[in-house]
Design a protein around this ligand. Structure first.
Ligand code: BV8
Ligand code: ZN
Length: 271
């Protein structure tokens, strides 16, 4: 990134009164959580985007739970990286100075909240919540394995023995209903309240940071052109161009964990 570009960005950031951030899997890459479209997008011979669907659940809920058990087990040891912490610090500085700040994430790993981010819109749900198919109750659940039957399962090895799980071996709610991951699958609608909260954050923001997303998944990716239509300045931090790079006023190429701590080390001009 050129020094002039960096300076222009940091002075725009300092003058911003309402900041919005959109993050994707790339912000967690340096925490050890594989991205969707990188090698992490494959599990056994399945494309992750085909497992994260209601159809996959109808066909074989045990296989879908084995996929999520694998991701929960792998995420257990992962911690927020300097990118998550830099965004949490920026939020605190803007909040203390009376500014507005909302972080909209596509990620389900919970690392933004672990790093201390407070104003978070989780567009796609949480790896650590389950939802009952009978009574709809959404509960926190950090059990790994999710039930004893999944102990030792979930290997991503394409030749791993694929065993079927009975309905009784799946997680159950106190009401007796089967529980699914509380995430938004492809083909499922996002929660209206989350979409509204994200649209409010984009409406009237002077600066949108787009961090670590390929910006191919909708409606999340649609918030970038929405911000542009509302006149916001847009900065992208990514290791490579994305589907929205052409809409960005500033493009910083590199790992979010390396770039964000110094790039965002700016005091608000107001307050
Ligand atoms: C809906 C939860 C309607 C589950 C996820 C054709 C055109 C447009 C849209 C569609 C279409 N066909 C279908 C659709 C709709 C579909 C969609 O967008 N499909 C895409 C694939 C084309 N969208 C949906 O289905 C959505 N729902 O539209 O509903 C509807 C309305 C009413 C009633 C019924 C239905 C639901 C989408 C949500 C799906 N769920 N996650 C789970 O995780 O298991 S999406 C999932 O994939 C992630 O959450 C994430 O959002 C997405 C992956 O995207 P990224 O986060 O960007 O990750 P990716 O790996 O792609 O990229 C990583 C980036 O990081 C890269 O750019 C890389 O360069 C960068 N990077 C890597 N390392 C670093 C880095 N950057 C910085 N630093 C680093 N170190
Ligand atoms: Zn229930």
């Amino acid at each position: 990134m050129s020094a002039m570009n960096r300076e222009r960005f940091q002075s725009s950031l300092s003058r911003s009164r309402k900041i919005a951030v959109l993050t994707g899997a790339g912000v967690s890459a340096e925490s050890g959580i594989p991205t969707f479209r990188g090698a992490g997008g494959l599990w056994r011979r399945h494309d992750a985007t085909r497992l994260a669907t209601p159809e996959a659940w109808q066909r074989d809920p045990g296989l879908v739970w084995e996929f999520y058990h694998h991701r929960r087990e792998r995420a257990l040891g992962c911690r927020p990286n300097p990118a998550h912490h830099a965004l949490a610090r920026l939020e605190a500085r803007w909040r203390d100075a009376g500014g507005a700040f909302t972080l909209i994430t596509q990620n389900i790993d919970g690392l933004h909240e672990q790093a201390g981010s407070r104003s978070v819109v989780r567009l796609h749900g949480s790896l650590w919540q389950v939802r009952c198919l009978s009574c709809g109750a959404v509960t926190e659940n950090r059990d790994v394995p999710i039930t004893p039957a999944f102990a030792g399962s979930g290997s991503p090895d394409p030749d791993a023995h694929a065993r079927r799980f009975t309905a009784a071996e799946l997680p159950h709610c106190g009401c007796g209903g089967v529980q699914r991951p509380h995430v938004v699958w492809f083909g499922e609608a996002l929660q209206a309240s989350d979409l509204a909260a994200a649209a409010d954050a984009i409406d009237g923001c002077d600066l949108l940071l787009v961090v670590g997303t390929s910006a191919v998944v909708y409606p999340a990716a649609g918030f970038v052109p929405m911000a542009r239509r509302h006149g916001a300045l847009i900065a992208e931090i990514n290791v490579e161009p994305s589907a929205v790079t052409s809409l960005c006023d500033f493009v910083f190429t590199g790992g979010a964990g390396e770039i964000l701590p110094s790039l965002l080390d700016v005091a608000p001009a107001h307050g």
